[in-house]
Design a protein around this ligand. Structure first.
Ligand SMILES: Nc1ncnc2c1ncn2[C@@H]1O[C@H](COP(=O)(O)OP(=O)(O)O)[C@@H](O)[C@H]1O
Ligand SMILES: [Mg+2]
Length: 339
């Protein structure tokens, strides 16, 4: 009979120091640029669970890339603590680097190299043998459905294919945590949907994905949980539903056909309207009420008796843009369109 294996007195791997895959405490980064100090990230507390797709949603300049670059060990924090892939970022950045993948905002493929060539090179960079790197490249190409284009130079790829290859470069070494900086910016809707599938498949395989985006739909559709960042600070964190529920009540939008400011003044005076705004570009008056089903008939009578003929009236549950609007007083949709 074989001898039972003795139970080791010391655990094989150290106990995880956090139940979170990523945890930050008061993480801060200040840049000095031409004598001026730019506080890019102003004390961020974040928790990302293992196997989650976590979204970092915010407008341009909010501090998303700076946070990601700190967590990916590319720039040191000015102050604060972080645990990334169960490793202390400040004490052991080398180990963090081994456990993570990072896909930068603009990507970094060489237009004169083939997709396969890029992946093999990346594998070699991570210490794989030539045959290991070739085998892993073939696996990644199949996973991201890039086999047909594998031996073409990346300069001939579509934007969506190039971005998938960027993701491939980030996962060659099978990281536990993958950081994706704006993975779908500039992609057409079809390529974006495709990328969402690939990111979902990575989660299925157990990878924790931390991505940044300024697309509300992306954060809503793809992410298990998200944090909204504005001006270096987190203004909301939770599941999309939790964040929307926190904006209590219903949203009523009224198409007003040129008489926006006057309609706004009228509805704002109603006691059941908690907040209202008018956007010139959309021609919509938007208001928050506790009970939309009760407010709408009343609003219709009110507009009619004041001589306004609305072109449309709609009742909606709050969107992530309402969450952003509530927290910052600005619309993320407008800022993204202006960028
Ligand atoms: N290397 C740098 N030097 C000086 N300022 C910087 C640097 N990198 C970023 N910033 C500033 O920090 C702020 C946040 O930038 P960033 O993290 O790139 O935002 P986001 O990715 O959300 O668009 C911006 O005001 C930006 O101009
Ligand atoms: Mg950025």
């Amino acid at each position: 009979m074989p001898k039972p294996t003795p139970i080791s007195a010391t655990p094989l791997s150290p106990a995880p120091i956090s139940k979170w895959m990523i945890e930050t405490t008061d993480l801060t980064r200040t840049f000095k640029s031409r004598g001026a100090r730019v506080a890019a990230v102003k004390g961020i507390d974040l928790r990302v669970g293992a196997g989650e797709i976590f979204g970092f949603l915010g407008p341009n300049g909010a501090g998303k890339t700076t946070t990601l670059r700190m967590l990916a060990t590319l720039i040191p924090p000015t102050s604060g603590e972080a645990i990334v892939a169960s490793v202390d970022l400040r004490r052991n950045p080398q180990e963090v680097r081994r456990r993570i993948g990072y896909v930068p905002q603009g990507g970094s493929t060489d237009p004169a190299e083939t997709g396969r060539g890029e992946l093999v090179l990346q594998g070699r960079l991570y210490g794989m043998s030539a045959s290991e790197a070739r085998a892993r490249a073939a696996e990644v190409l199949a996973m991201l459905d890039l086999e047909a284009a594998a031996d073409r130079v990346t300069g001939s790829y579509s934007g969506g294919m190039r971005r998938r290859l960027d993701v491939g470069l980030g996962i060659v070494h099978r990281p536990t945590v993958l950081f994706l900086d704006e993975p779908t910016t500039g992609l057409d809707p079809q390529a974006r949907a495709r990328m969402w599938q690939e990111i979902d498949a990575l989660r299925e395989q157990g990878t924790t994905v931390f991505l940044t985006t300024h697309y509300l739909e992306e954060a809503d559709a793809l992410c298990d949980r998200l944090a909204i960042i504005d001006n270096g600070r987190i203004v909301a964190e939770g599941t999309s539903d939790q964040l929307k529920d926190a904006v209590a009540g219903d949203v009523v939008t009224i198409g007003v056909n040129g008489s926006g400011p006057r309609v706004l003044t009228l509805v704002e005076a109603q006691p059941y309207v908690r907040e209202a705004s008018y956007a010139d570009d959309t021609g919509l008056v938007r208001l928050y009420v506790d009970r939309g089903d009760q407010a709408i008939p009343h609003l219709l009578r009110l507009l009619d008796s004041a001589g306004f003929a609305p072109t449309s009236i709609a009742l909606n549950k709050p969107s992530l843009d309402d969450v952003f609007l509530r927290q910052t007083g600005r619309s993320l949709r407008d800022e993204a369109a202006a960028a």
